[in-house]
Design a protein around this ligand. Structure first.
Ligand code: ARG
Length: 499
């Protein structure tokens, strides 16, 4: 019996390992390449109506695979995670409209160029005073994190740059009126305008740069020659032209065979120096994290206490409302709430005919406070209910009214019992602030992402980020323990030993 069970266990473990490892050969014996893409970049790579991957790059990659006799397994990854993933070899190649740049060529190797593109500035159609790159100085600009557009924006003096995880989010930011311009790949912005998905936006005539896209592989990858062979084959046999015409309704331009810096090797800095180098920027981010956590914690505590008390009210409708509040904010993901508040509210208000914008700190604070208030309300309710009924009876017999009873007798005692769960809540809140990165607020995690987007040293930078979060949470938990001791009216010394 026992043997049989173990046998079954091994089969299950084997199956799981196989699933996790992924198989690198298919039934026809062809090699399978794991190819990453960030599918929010139409018309190059995006999701079709049924959720399937479509686009110029997707068709191209499949044609290359056919030409070189291998199979492709697409994996979607955030754009700024692609180069670190190539380095870590969790993927074999990436086709994601990635511009071949000198900087990137130090870390990965590109195939021969497969597309000619360039950056363009998008502005609101009613904006008259932005006419070229130089007029963007001191303006607010949205970009996609880790892209050449983000790099270009950095060269502007005085510009406030907001980085988003995807190009559509940056364009949405422009449409919502939160920024003056977006710097993005021209074909993508034009496609969004031409398909009617982006309204009230225009592109300034001249292109800022000329760029070529390449398929990226890890340094010394065995797959590079396979990919290059396939690409050369389809460029010669007319398949490339066919795919190009399908997506761009025009004949393709001629592409260079290579670029001067496509194969570059440079010395890598050691991990410790990367760690130290990124520390000052990360600490600045940590200040943003603390700012978000403290302000939201205070608001959350105030709103949460009120709702927790209302939840114990004698009036049924009030009880119902507070219950509904808790269910809603606790029952939907914080990430969705942040998106709704920052992108959703301004978008709907525009459709209703008025302009309403929120700054990122404010949007983050609103989402975090309203969310944590729901949890705090339950902690407060539990704390108050845990105080024995005798206490309020005694207060009543001393002649205190209900408000006085709550303020002087029940709440202070309940608060002491609430400290440990409130400490938990604060620590969760502190870590949840990292979600505000999605709206481009530069707190600790976002600062880390921005550094990785530049130096591609994911391990060292995220390790530093994790250590800083850990320090912040350890300090907070210490402070809460102190508070608990300090609030204990009897036996402070005894309590010290126990906490
Ligand atoms: N061409 C630009 C770059 O390489 C943007 C690419 C963004 N690609 C994407 N799938 N989001 O930086």
């Amino acid at each position: 019996m026992v043997k049989f069970r173990f046998g079954r266990l091994w089969v299950i473990i084997g199956l799981i390992c196989c699933l996790l490892a992924g198989c690198s050969e298919n039934s026809r014996g062809n090699q399978i390449l794991r190819v990453a893409t960030e599918p929010a970049f139409p018309p190059f790579e995006f999701q079709g109506k049924g959720g399937e991957l479509v686009g110029f790059s997707i068709d191209l990659m499949r044609a290359i695979a056919d030409g070189s006799n291998f199979q492709v397994e697409f994996q979607s990854l955030p754009f700024d995670g692609i180069i670190p993933a190539l380095q870590a070899k969790t993927i074999d190649a990436a086709i994601s409209s990635m511009t071949i740049t000198e900087e990137r060529s130090k870390t990965v190797t590109f195939s021969r160029p497969y597309f000619k593109a360039g950056l363009a500035i998008a502005i609101r159609a009613d904006h008259q005073n932005i006419t070229g790159f130089d007029s963007l100085q001191n303006k607010k600009i949205a970009v996609q994190i880790g892209t050449t557009g983000a790099e270009k924006a950095k060269s502007l003096t005085g510009a406030q740059i907001r980085s988003f995880d995807s190009a559509p989010l940056a364009l949405q930011e422009l449409q919502n009126g939160n920024v003056d311009a977006v710097i993005n790949d021209a074909p993508v912005t034009l496609y969004a305008i031409n398909t009617g998905n982006l309204q009230g936006i225009k592109v300034i005539e001249q292109l800022l740069t000329e760029e070529f896209y390449g398929i990226a592989t890890a340094k010394n990858s065995p797959y590079l020659s396979l990919i290059n062979q396939g690409l050369t084959k389809i460029l010669e046999n007319g398949k490339y032209q066919q795919i190009y015409e399908k997506w761009f309704k025009s004949a393709p331009p001629t592409l260079p065979e290579t670029l001067p810096f496509i194969n570059k090797n440079t010395a890598r800095l050691n991990s410790l120096s990367i760690f130290w180098q990124s520390l000052p920027t990360l600490l600045k981010g940590a200040l943003g994290t603390l700012q978000l956590a403290f302000i939201s914690g205070l608001f959350g505590l105030t709103i949460g206490s009120l709702i927790g008390i209302i939840r114990l009210s004698h009036i049924k409708s009030l009880r119902f409302l507070s219950r509904a509040y808790i269910d809603f904010w606790r029952g939907t993901p914080l990430l969705v709430q942040i998106f709704m508040i920052y992108f959703g509210l301004p978008a709907i208000s525009q459709e209703l005919g008025f302009t309403f914008t929120l700054n990122r700190l404010l949007a983050g604070v609103i989402a975090l406070s309203l969310n944590s208030a729901a949890y705090i309300a339950e902690i407060v309710r539990g704390g108050i209910q845990s105080i024995e009924i005798g206490q309020s009876e005694a207060a009543k017999s001393l002649g205190l009214n209900p408000l006085q009873t709550m303020t002087y007798v029940i709440f202070p005692q309940a608060f002491r019992r609430m400290i440990p769960p409130l400490g938990n809540e604060f620590i969760s809140l502190l870590k949840d602030t990292s979600l505000v990165a999605v709206i481009g607020f530069e707190e600790l995690f976002r600062k880390g992402q921005l550094i990785v987007a530049e130096n591609y040293r994911a391990f060292e930078v995220y390790a530093a980020v994790a250590i800083i979060y850990l320090c912040l949470t350890l300090i907070s938990s210490q402070l809460f323990s102190r508070l608990e001791i300090w609030m204990n009216p009897i036996g402070k010394k005894d309590a010290k030993g126990k906490i």
